[in-house]
Design a protein around this ligand. Structure first.
Ligand code: TYD
Length: 391
């Protein structure tokens, strides 16, 4: 299917950059023989991950807690040896590795975006500013030795050459080591028709079947899976060198659940496409009605996901006055493609709009808890997954 002409999801820009804005065709596709769901055209990684990257993990308190819990689990269950060494791929602002640094555990983050890495370094998180691939994996192993744990959250699906990444992991990981990574789950995305999880950075959306298959080619075995609520439905995968640890029954159960959901069938994706079209039409008609009534709408959370929704639906500043966001690097800029102004949260509070369109729907609980005054003053929310709703 095609979601149309798309800019980079995190390509927030200034007015003088409008003319040179980068666009590509966002075409997700499903391969029935492999079970892979991926986008066909992929912008060059350097255009997405660079020294002005605009996503910072720490903008969500909930995600900070989530990663602190993950760190504790890893330290308790997988780091029993002497002087363990932990590597995180895509370590961003250090939210996950900070707990390891504080516990005095040898660690190294790898992230190609120098600006987020600089924030990590401020919390004593050592970071290599680079892409993770076979040469970097070999370099890390040479310099620090092999890793007891390799962690990756919301990044494995960003790596176009997955085989190279998997081979790098296999080389860097100790014989008894673990690879633990989290990624948006294809089953949840399809179930909610959450098409906004499809954008340039998400080259793949994984099912358990695909993860088991790809990594098996590199001698790594999937031994556990845990469904997570993050990003509207994710999966935590645990992999080891084949035969090194027992395989949990959760893996076979998850594979069976995916088959029962029909994730291996092309028809599932036909239904998904139609549902996306229906949701687009409904969201547009609600926003047009509100405009006719002369009432104001602001977006809430200039997430990468919002870029897909806005461009796929064709929603611009004529329908949404501005998008409120707490990330300083996004404020004062414009949304990719549709060029809606991004403003600080203080502007949202200073003059509440009549409606707030919740683009950061994955942080709904955290945001609702923060915004009782908006609703008490008569403001209403618009959400769009799993159905378009106004409340
Ligand atoms: P997020 O949904 O975490 O990720 P992605 O960009 O991968 O889709 O992005 C949420 C955006 O919303 C991020 O720019 C920070 C912003 N935000 C707020 O403005 N207020 C909030 O209370 C929260 C939790 C996020």
């Amino acid at each position: 299917m095609s979601l149309g002409r798309m800019p980079l999801a995190n390509g927030f820009l200034t007015a003088d950059q409008f003319e040179d804005e980068y666009f590509f065709e966002l075409e997700p596709a499903f391969c029935a023989s492999w079970g892979m769901f991926q986008i066909i055209e992929q912008p060059p990684p350097e255009s997405m991950f660079h020294r002005e990257y605009s996503f910072f993990t720490r903008t969500s308190q909930h995600m900070v807690r989530h990663f602190s819990d993950l760190g504790e689990t890893v330290r308790r269950e997988f780091l029993q040896g002497d002087d363990p060494f932990v590597v995180e791929i895509g370590s961003n602002d250090g939210a996950l590795l900070e707990g390891f640094a504080q516990a005095g555990i040898r660690h190294l983050g790898v992230d190609p975006s120098a600006n987020v890495a600089a924030i990590a370094e401020r919390s004593e998180v050592r970071t290599l500013v680079d892409f993770f691939n076979q040469p970097t994996a070999a370099m890390i192993a040479d310099e620090h030795g092999q890793a007891d744990a390799i962690l990756a959250a919301n990044v494995m699906a960003h790596i176009a050459d997955l085989h190279e990444a998997a081979e790098g992991v296999a080389r860097l990981l100790k014989r008894q080591g673990v690879l633990i990574f989290e990624a948006v789950s294809l089953g949840d995305m399809i179930q909610r028709s959450a098409y906004d999880l499809i954008y340039d950075e998400h080259v793949y959306t994984f099912s358990t079947r695909v993860v088991a298959g790809i990594f098996a080619d590199h001698g790594l075995e999937l031994i556990d899976v845990t469904p997570l609520p993050t990003h509207g439905g994710s999966m935590r995968y645990v992999l080891v060198h084949k035969g090194r640890r027992p395989v949990s029954t959760a893996v076979a159960e998850q594979l069976a659940a995916e088959e029962a959901q029909g994730l291996h069938l092309p028809e599932t994706y036909d239904r998904f496409r139609k549902k996306c079209e229906t949701m687009r039409d409904r969201l547009l008609s609600i926003l047009e009605d509100i405009k006719q009534q002369g009432r104001r709408v602001a977006g809430y959370g200039a997430s990468a996901k919002s870029t897909t929704v806005l461009n796929y639906c064709g929603i611009g500043p004529e329908l949404i006055e501005f998008i409120s966001d707490t990330t300083p690097i996004k404020q004062g800029k414009y949304s990719p493609g549709m060029h809606i102004p991004i403003r600080p949260h203080a502007d949202f509070m200073a003059a509440y709009p009549d409606f707030a369109l919740l683009f950061a729907w994955n942080h709904k609980q955290e945001i609702m808890a923060k915004e009782p005054d908006f609703m008490n003053s008569g403001g209403r929310w618009i959400t769009f997954f799993p159905e378009v709703e106004v409340f």
